[in-house]
Design a protein around this ligand. Structure first.
Ligand SMILES: [Zn+2]
Ligand SMILES: [Zn+2]
Length: 362
Protein backbone atom coordinates (compact mmCIF):
# COMPACT_ATOMS: atom_id res chain seq x y z
CA UNK A 1 0.00 0.00 0.00
CA UNK A 2 1.06 3.60 -0.53
CA UNK A 3 1.66 5.59 2.64
CA UNK A 4 3.06 9.01 3.51
CA UNK A 5 6.21 8.90 5.60
CA UNK A 6 8.98 11.24 6.74
CA UNK A 7 11.96 9.91 4.81
CA UNK A 8 15.59 10.67 5.65
CA UNK A 9 17.71 10.11 2.55
CA UNK A 10 21.10 11.12 3.89
CA UNK A 11 22.85 11.71 7.18
CA UNK A 12 21.93 15.04 8.79
CA UNK A 13 19.25 15.85 6.22
CA UNK A 14 15.87 17.39 7.11
CA UNK A 15 12.86 15.06 7.08
CA UNK A 16 10.85 15.02 3.85
CA UNK A 17 7.29 13.74 3.80
CA UNK A 18 7.01 11.55 0.73
CA UNK A 19 5.10 8.61 -0.70
CA UNK A 20 6.52 5.22 0.31
CA UNK A 21 5.38 1.67 -0.43
CA UNK A 22 4.52 -0.38 2.70
CA UNK A 23 4.25 -4.15 2.27
CA UNK A 24 1.60 -6.36 3.85
CA UNK A 25 2.20 -7.68 7.38
CA UNK A 26 3.67 -11.21 7.43
CA UNK A 27 2.68 -14.13 9.67
CA UNK A 28 3.59 -12.61 13.05
CA UNK A 29 3.22 -8.94 12.10
CA UNK A 30 0.62 -6.23 12.56
CA UNK A 31 -0.43 -3.35 10.28
CA UNK A 32 -1.15 -0.20 12.28
CA UNK A 33 -2.72 3.08 11.22
CA UNK A 34 -0.51 5.56 13.05
CA UNK A 35 -2.46 8.22 14.94
CA UNK A 36 0.52 9.98 16.52
CA UNK A 37 4.20 9.51 17.23
CA UNK A 38 6.46 10.91 19.89
CA UNK A 39 9.80 12.45 18.94
CA UNK A 40 12.72 10.99 20.91
CA UNK A 41 16.36 12.05 21.13
CA UNK A 42 17.40 8.76 19.49
CA UNK A 43 15.57 9.80 16.28
CA UNK A 44 17.80 12.87 16.10
CA UNK A 45 20.91 10.77 16.81
CA UNK A 46 19.88 8.37 14.02
CA UNK A 47 19.32 11.23 11.58
CA UNK A 48 22.55 13.03 12.44
CA UNK A 49 24.93 10.14 13.10
CA UNK A 50 23.32 7.38 11.06
CA UNK A 51 22.36 4.47 13.34
CA UNK A 52 20.54 2.69 10.49
CA UNK A 53 21.29 2.49 6.75
CA UNK A 54 19.82 5.37 4.67
CA UNK A 55 17.28 5.97 3.29
CA UNK A 56 15.27 5.36 6.43
CA UNK A 57 11.97 6.20 8.06
CA UNK A 58 12.61 6.96 11.73
CA UNK A 59 10.14 7.29 14.60
CA UNK A 60 9.91 4.78 17.44
CA UNK A 61 7.17 6.04 19.75
CA UNK A 62 4.15 5.18 17.59
CA UNK A 63 0.54 5.00 18.75
CA UNK A 64 -2.24 3.83 16.49
CA UNK A 65 -5.11 1.54 15.62
CA UNK A 66 -4.65 -2.01 14.34
CA UNK A 67 -5.89 -2.46 10.75
CA UNK A 68 -4.82 -6.00 9.97
CA UNK A 69 -2.92 -8.85 11.63
CA UNK A 70 -0.91 -11.77 10.22
CA UNK A 71 -2.31 -15.30 10.69
CA UNK A 72 0.10 -16.10 13.51
CA UNK A 73 -0.69 -13.04 15.62
CA UNK A 74 -2.26 -13.74 18.98
CA UNK A 75 -4.17 -11.42 21.31
CA UNK A 76 -4.10 -8.42 18.93
CA UNK A 77 -7.03 -7.74 16.61
CA UNK A 78 -8.17 -5.07 14.13
CA UNK A 79 -9.58 -2.05 15.99
CA UNK A 80 -7.28 -2.44 19.01
CA UNK A 81 -5.53 0.67 20.27
CA UNK A 82 -1.79 0.03 20.47
CA UNK A 83 1.52 1.60 21.44
CA UNK A 84 4.66 0.54 19.57
CA UNK A 85 7.80 -0.08 21.59
CA UNK A 86 11.29 -1.42 20.87
CA UNK A 87 11.91 -4.66 18.95
CA UNK A 88 13.34 -7.77 20.64
CA UNK A 89 13.86 -11.39 19.60
CA UNK A 90 11.92 -13.14 22.35
CA UNK A 91 14.23 -16.16 22.35
CA UNK A 92 17.66 -15.14 23.68
CA UNK A 93 18.66 -15.65 27.31
CA UNK A 94 17.91 -12.04 28.29
CA UNK A 95 14.51 -11.99 26.56
CA UNK A 96 13.57 -15.31 28.16
CA UNK A 97 14.55 -14.05 31.61
CA UNK A 98 12.36 -10.95 31.35
CA UNK A 99 15.02 -8.44 30.27
CA UNK A 100 14.02 -7.95 26.64
CA UNK A 101 15.43 -4.39 26.54
CA UNK A 102 18.90 -5.94 26.73
CA UNK A 103 18.00 -8.50 24.03
CA UNK A 104 21.19 -9.94 22.54
CA UNK A 105 19.81 -9.03 19.10
CA UNK A 106 18.69 -5.52 20.10
CA UNK A 107 21.02 -3.63 17.76
CA UNK A 108 20.17 -5.71 14.67
CA UNK A 109 16.43 -5.64 15.29
CA UNK A 110 16.17 -1.94 16.14
CA UNK A 111 18.92 -0.37 14.03
CA UNK A 112 19.65 -2.92 11.28
CA UNK A 113 16.92 -1.51 9.02
CA UNK A 114 15.29 -4.90 8.34
CA UNK A 115 12.50 -6.87 9.98
CA UNK A 116 13.37 -9.97 12.02
CA UNK A 117 13.17 -12.22 8.91
CA UNK A 118 15.82 -10.12 7.17
CA UNK A 119 13.46 -8.49 4.65
CA UNK A 120 12.21 -4.90 4.24
CA UNK A 121 8.61 -3.70 4.59
CA UNK A 122 9.32 -0.21 3.21
CA UNK A 123 10.40 0.59 -0.35
CA UNK A 124 10.62 3.69 -2.47
CA UNK A 125 11.04 3.35 -6.25
CA UNK A 126 12.06 -0.31 -5.70
CA UNK A 127 14.82 0.75 -3.31
CA UNK A 128 14.60 -0.74 0.21
CA UNK A 129 14.02 1.83 2.97
CA UNK A 130 15.18 1.05 6.52
CA UNK A 131 12.69 0.37 9.27
CA UNK A 132 13.69 1.86 12.63
CA UNK A 133 13.08 0.15 16.01
CA UNK A 134 11.03 -2.42 14.10
CA UNK A 135 8.27 0.14 13.50
CA UNK A 136 9.14 3.44 11.67
CA UNK A 137 6.32 5.42 13.23
CA UNK A 138 6.92 8.64 11.24
CA UNK A 139 4.43 7.40 8.65
CA UNK A 140 0.68 7.17 8.17
CA UNK A 141 0.87 3.36 8.57
CA UNK A 142 3.46 0.98 10.00
CA UNK A 143 4.08 -2.76 10.09
CA UNK A 144 5.57 -4.13 13.32
CA UNK A 145 6.19 -7.56 14.78
CA UNK A 146 3.57 -8.52 17.40
CA UNK A 147 6.35 -8.54 20.03
CA UNK A 148 6.68 -4.75 19.94
CA UNK A 149 2.95 -4.02 19.72
CA UNK A 150 1.32 -3.25 23.08
CA UNK A 151 -2.46 -3.17 23.47
CA UNK A 152 -3.68 -0.20 25.53
CA UNK A 153 -6.90 0.98 27.17
CA UNK A 154 -9.33 2.60 24.72
CA UNK A 155 -10.55 5.08 27.37
CA UNK A 156 -7.36 7.14 27.15
CA UNK A 157 -6.50 9.64 24.38
CA UNK A 158 -4.44 7.44 22.04
CA UNK A 159 -2.56 10.42 20.58
CA UNK A 160 -0.85 10.94 23.93
CA UNK A 161 0.44 7.42 24.44
CA UNK A 162 3.29 6.95 21.91
CA UNK A 163 6.07 8.26 24.21
CA UNK A 164 5.26 5.48 26.68
CA UNK A 165 6.97 3.20 24.13
CA UNK A 166 10.42 4.71 24.70
CA UNK A 167 11.33 7.95 26.51
CA UNK A 168 8.77 7.83 29.29
CA UNK A 169 9.22 4.08 29.76
CA UNK A 170 12.98 4.68 30.05
CA UNK A 171 12.75 7.22 32.88
CA UNK A 172 9.98 5.61 34.89
CA UNK A 173 11.13 2.03 34.26
CA UNK A 174 14.67 2.75 35.41
CA UNK A 175 13.24 3.76 38.78
CA UNK A 176 10.48 1.17 39.14
CA UNK A 177 12.04 -1.90 37.45
CA UNK A 178 15.75 -1.44 37.99
CA UNK A 179 16.63 0.80 40.96
CA UNK A 180 13.48 -0.15 42.91
CA UNK A 181 14.11 2.48 45.61
CA UNK A 182 13.15 1.52 49.13
CA UNK A 183 10.35 3.49 50.80
CA UNK A 184 11.81 6.61 52.42
CA UNK A 185 15.05 6.52 50.41
CA UNK A 186 16.61 9.39 48.47
CA UNK A 187 17.15 9.77 44.73
CA UNK A 188 18.79 12.41 42.55
CA UNK A 189 17.70 12.83 38.95
CA UNK A 190 20.14 14.58 36.62
CA UNK A 191 18.46 16.24 33.64
CA UNK A 192 14.80 17.30 33.75
CA UNK A 193 13.86 16.38 30.17
CA UNK A 194 11.22 13.80 29.27
CA UNK A 195 13.28 10.90 30.67
CA UNK A 196 14.28 12.69 33.89
CA UNK A 197 10.80 14.05 34.60
CA UNK A 198 9.32 10.58 34.07
CA UNK A 199 11.81 9.36 36.66
CA UNK A 200 10.63 12.10 39.06
CA UNK A 201 7.00 10.93 38.74
CA UNK A 202 8.09 7.31 39.26
CA UNK A 203 10.16 8.20 42.34
CA UNK A 204 7.07 9.82 43.82
CA UNK A 205 5.05 6.65 43.11
CA UNK A 206 7.83 4.62 44.80
CA UNK A 207 7.60 6.77 47.95
CA UNK A 208 11.09 8.31 47.95
CA UNK A 209 11.61 10.82 50.75
CA UNK A 210 14.06 13.04 48.88
CA UNK A 211 13.57 13.47 45.14
CA UNK A 212 16.20 15.93 43.95
CA UNK A 213 16.01 17.15 40.35
CA UNK A 214 19.08 18.78 38.81
CA UNK A 215 18.99 20.79 35.56
CA UNK A 216 20.21 24.12 34.18
CA UNK A 217 16.77 25.41 33.09
CA UNK A 218 14.65 26.92 35.88
CA UNK A 219 11.37 26.36 33.98
CA UNK A 220 12.07 22.61 33.85
CA UNK A 221 12.93 22.60 37.54
CA UNK A 222 9.59 24.27 38.27
CA UNK A 223 7.83 21.48 36.37
CA UNK A 224 9.92 18.90 38.26
CA UNK A 225 8.56 20.35 41.53
CA UNK A 226 5.02 20.17 40.21
CA UNK A 227 5.55 16.50 39.31
CA UNK A 228 6.96 15.46 42.69
CA UNK A 229 10.53 16.70 43.17
CA UNK A 230 11.05 17.63 46.82
CA UNK A 231 14.16 19.69 45.99
CA UNK A 232 15.51 21.22 42.78
CA UNK A 233 19.03 22.42 42.02
CA UNK A 234 20.23 24.54 39.13
CA UNK A 235 23.59 23.02 38.23
CA UNK A 236 24.91 26.35 36.95
CA UNK A 237 24.06 28.23 40.12
CA UNK A 238 24.87 25.74 42.90
CA UNK A 239 27.48 23.29 44.11
CA UNK A 240 25.37 20.23 43.39
CA UNK A 241 27.35 17.62 45.35
CA UNK A 242 27.57 19.84 48.44
CA UNK A 243 23.88 20.77 48.30
CA UNK A 244 22.79 17.15 47.90
CA UNK A 245 24.89 16.10 50.88
CA UNK A 246 23.36 18.94 52.90
CA UNK A 247 19.83 17.82 51.99
CA UNK A 248 20.33 14.09 52.51
CA UNK A 249 23.01 13.86 55.19
CA UNK A 250 25.55 11.77 53.27
CA UNK A 251 24.35 11.63 49.68
CA UNK A 252 21.54 9.91 47.81
CA UNK A 253 20.82 6.18 47.84
CA UNK A 254 20.05 6.27 44.11
CA UNK A 255 20.59 8.46 41.06
CA UNK A 256 19.61 8.55 37.41
CA UNK A 257 21.89 10.31 34.95
CA UNK A 258 20.09 11.31 31.73
CA UNK A 259 22.33 14.10 30.38
CA UNK A 260 25.45 12.27 29.17
CA UNK A 261 27.46 15.37 30.11
CA UNK A 262 30.75 14.08 31.66
CA UNK A 263 31.01 16.52 34.62
CA UNK A 264 27.36 15.81 35.48
CA UNK A 265 27.95 12.05 35.31
CA UNK A 266 30.81 12.52 37.79
CA UNK A 267 28.56 14.57 40.08
CA UNK A 268 25.97 11.81 40.02
CA UNK A 269 28.58 9.38 41.39
CA UNK A 270 30.15 11.80 43.89
CA UNK A 271 26.76 12.76 45.34
CA UNK A 272 25.86 9.13 46.12
CA UNK A 273 26.08 7.94 49.70
CA UNK A 274 28.31 4.90 50.34
CA UNK A 275 26.60 1.81 48.81
CA UNK A 276 24.60 4.12 46.52
CA UNK A 277 23.77 3.21 42.92
CA UNK A 278 23.50 5.32 39.79
CA UNK A 279 21.75 4.29 36.58
CA UNK A 280 23.23 5.77 33.41
CA UNK A 281 20.58 6.23 30.69
CA UNK A 282 22.07 9.06 28.60
CA UNK A 283 24.38 8.63 25.60
CA UNK A 284 27.72 9.29 27.34
CA UNK A 285 31.27 9.56 25.98
CA UNK A 286 34.42 8.17 27.64
CA UNK A 287 34.97 9.44 31.20
CA UNK A 288 37.87 8.85 33.58
CA UNK A 289 37.11 7.75 37.15
CA UNK A 290 39.33 7.19 40.17
CA UNK A 291 37.88 3.71 40.56
CA UNK A 292 39.28 3.11 44.03
CA UNK A 293 38.19 6.36 45.64
CA UNK A 294 35.08 7.13 43.57
CA UNK A 295 33.55 3.66 43.41
CA UNK A 296 35.21 0.70 45.11
CA UNK A 297 36.10 2.18 48.48
CA UNK A 298 32.48 3.28 49.05
CA UNK A 299 30.82 0.20 47.54
CA UNK A 300 29.06 2.23 44.86
CA UNK A 301 27.42 0.84 41.72
CA UNK A 302 27.33 2.39 38.25
CA UNK A 303 24.92 0.57 35.93
CA UNK A 304 23.69 1.07 32.38
CA UNK A 305 19.94 0.75 31.77
CA UNK A 306 18.16 0.46 28.40
CA UNK A 307 14.45 1.23 27.97
CA UNK A 308 13.91 1.17 31.74
CA UNK A 309 14.51 -2.61 31.82
CA UNK A 310 10.81 -2.79 30.96
CA UNK A 311 8.89 -5.57 29.24
CA UNK A 312 6.62 -3.24 27.25
CA UNK A 313 3.51 -5.47 27.33
CA UNK A 314 3.65 -5.56 31.13
CA UNK A 315 4.89 -2.08 31.95
CA UNK A 316 3.09 0.26 29.51
CA UNK A 317 -0.46 -0.78 30.57
CA UNK A 318 0.63 -0.13 34.18
CA UNK A 319 1.75 3.40 33.28
CA UNK A 320 -1.60 4.00 31.55
CA UNK A 321 -3.41 2.90 34.74
CA UNK A 322 -1.36 5.29 36.87
CA UNK A 323 -2.00 8.07 34.35
CA UNK A 324 -5.76 7.43 34.58
CA UNK A 325 -5.58 7.68 38.37
CA UNK A 326 -3.77 11.02 38.13
CA UNK A 327 -0.58 9.56 39.62
CA UNK A 328 1.52 9.72 36.45
CA UNK A 329 0.61 13.00 34.68
CA UNK A 330 3.03 12.67 31.76
CA UNK A 331 0.70 14.75 29.57
CA UNK A 332 2.29 17.80 31.25
CA UNK A 333 5.50 17.12 29.27
CA UNK A 334 3.80 17.00 25.89
CA UNK A 335 3.37 19.49 23.05
CA UNK A 336 1.50 18.46 19.88
CA UNK A 337 2.68 19.26 16.32
CA UNK A 338 1.12 18.52 12.95
CA UNK A 339 2.98 15.87 10.92
CA UNK A 340 4.29 18.43 8.40
CA UNK A 341 5.85 20.41 11.29
CA UNK A 342 8.22 17.52 11.98
CA UNK A 343 11.41 19.52 11.40
CA UNK A 344 10.14 22.25 13.74
CA UNK A 345 9.32 19.64 16.38
CA UNK A 346 12.92 18.38 16.26
CA UNK A 347 14.27 21.91 16.43
CA UNK A 348 12.11 22.74 19.47
CA UNK A 349 13.21 19.53 21.17
CA UNK A 350 16.87 20.36 20.54
CA UNK A 351 16.63 23.91 21.90
CA UNK A 352 14.65 22.72 24.91
CA UNK A 353 11.55 24.76 24.02
CA UNK A 354 9.50 21.55 24.03
CA UNK A 355 10.12 18.69 26.45
CA UNK A 356 8.29 15.94 24.54
CA UNK A 357 6.97 16.72 21.05
CA UNK A 358 4.25 14.47 19.64
CA UNK A 359 3.42 14.52 15.92
CA UNK A 360 -0.27 14.16 15.10
CA UNK A 361 -0.21 11.95 12.03
CA UNK A 362 -3.84 11.05 11.28
ZN1 LIG B 1 16.36 -11.41 22.66
ZN1 LIG C 1 13.68 6.66 22.20
Amino acid sequence: MKIKAAVTHEQGQDFKIEEVELHEPRLDEVLIKIVASGVCHTDAVARDIGLSPFPAVFGHEGAGIVEKVGEGVQNIAPGDHVVLSYAYCGSCENCLSGHSSTCENFNDLNFGGEMSDGTHRLHQHDQPVSTFFGQSSFGTYAVANQRNVVKVDKDVDLALLGPLGCGIQTGSGTVLNKLKPAFGSSIAIYGAGAVGLSAVMAAKIAGCKHIIAVDIHDNRLELAKELGATHVLNGQKSDVVKEIKAITGSGTHYAIETTGVPPVVKQSVHALRPLGAVAIVGVTPAIEFDVHNDIMAEGKTIMGVIEGDAVPQLFIPELVEYYKKGLFPFDKLVQFYEFDQINQAFEDSKTGKTIKPILKIS
